[in-house]
Design a binder for this molecule. Structure first.
Ligand code: NDP
Length: 296
């Protein structure tokens, strides 16, 4: 058996088209143009790539993009003031501070200062709580993207055994909330879990979010299972030439693809969904701020 490859890049593109349609309706029917503010402190090249990509995609779907590039010696108070200002602005519906911030700035303090109504990353305690008790609001982007791919692949997820490997606030924990909400039977594994291979073999759905290259082996996967590989790991690729590197996931892809029913590749699986979901969250916060029902 060879697994079906889940094309996250194509799905993300379709999602952005649906978001662009929604933005158009908000403009014509309600006179609203959603706006997303992205703040970056310092010159970390990887962060700059992410921020530029976020701004570009924001504009492409017809939203307003506000980009703040601050020098690396920006003080914490100055950053907090900017967030206060953005919290107040009617034309800003989403605020994102690109992490990591330089060491002299307390990232937790910054995140907590963002108004929950504009917290499109779903990092604030208020929004984490809303997700846990099923209230409307933004949803953590990578788990939301993973859920969309799973629903698209499998239809209803009800009754399925889902094993999530990783319990971070960013991925594992919110993923467990989303799958529970979709009536899966959810197990969250972590570094102290006993017999991880055995546990994985019980899973109809595996979500790997560990950050260890190809740790999840092909023979841990139940035949026909759906595998969502969130991991992004850069490893040496001597086969491509001296000093070359490549990206791999947390799943041993070549072997897993022989057993699984469907699997996300790395790159091109979950990764492209994350920014698209950031835009989806900006639609959600815009709707909620204007007493409109957000798209489901
Ligand atoms: P974290 O490092 O915050 O969490 C990793 C989790 O994996 C922890 O819960 C840890 O357990 C668990 N873990 C570590 N080693 C093992 C092990 N040997 N067996 C079982 N569990 C283990 O990572 P993130 O959640 O932030 O990210 C995970 C991966 O996803 C990374 O590769 C990251 O780059 C990628 N990522 C991709 C995104 C995308 O857009 N596609 C977005 C975000 C992340 P414990 O809690 O016990 O320490």
């Amino acid at each position: 058996m060879t697994a079906q490859i889940i094309d996250g890049k194509a799905f993300a593109q379709q999602l952005r088209h649906r978001i662009a349609d929604h933005v158009e309706r908000l403009k014509t029917e309600h006179g609203l143009t959603p706006g997303l503010a992205v703040v970056i402190v310092g010159e970390d090249p990887a962060s700059q790539v992410y921020v530029n990509s976020k701004s570009k995609q924001t504009k492409e779907v017809g939203m307003n993009s506000f980009k703040y590039e601050l020098p690396k010696d920006t003080g914490e108070a100055e950053l907090l003031n900017l967030i206060d200002e953005l919290n107040e602005r009617d034309d800003v519906n989403g605020i994102l501070v690109q992490l990591p911030v330089p060491d002299h700035i307390d990232a937790d303090k910054i995140i907590k200062r963002i108004s929950p109504a504009k917290d499109v990353d779903c990092f604030t305690p208020e929004n984490v709580g809303r997700l846990a008790i099923g209230l409307p609001g933004p949803v953590s982007c990578t788990p939301l993207g993973s859920l969309m791919l799973l629903r698209d692949q499998l239809g209803k997820l009800e009754g399925m055994n889902a094993v999530i490997i990783g319990r971070s606030n960013l991925v594992g924990k919110p993923m467990s909330q989303l799958l529970l909400r979709d009536n899966c039977t959810v197990t969250v594994a972590h570094s102290r879990t006993k017999d991880l291979p055995g546990l994985c073999r019980t899973a109809d759905i595996i979500v790997a979010a560990v950050g260890r290259p190809e740790m999840i082996k092909g023979d841990w996967i139940k035949p026909g299972a759906t595998v969502i590989d969130v991991g992004i790991n850069r490893v040496d690729a001597p086969e491509k030439g001296e000093g070359k590197t490549k990206l791999v996931g947390d799943v041993e892809y070549a072997e897993a693809a022989k057993v699984a029913g469907a699997i996300t590749p790395v790159p091109g699986g979950v990764g492209p969904m994350t920014i698209a979901c950031l835009l989806a969250n900006t639609i959600t916060t815009t709707c909620l701020a204007n007493d409109l029902t957000p798209p489901s």
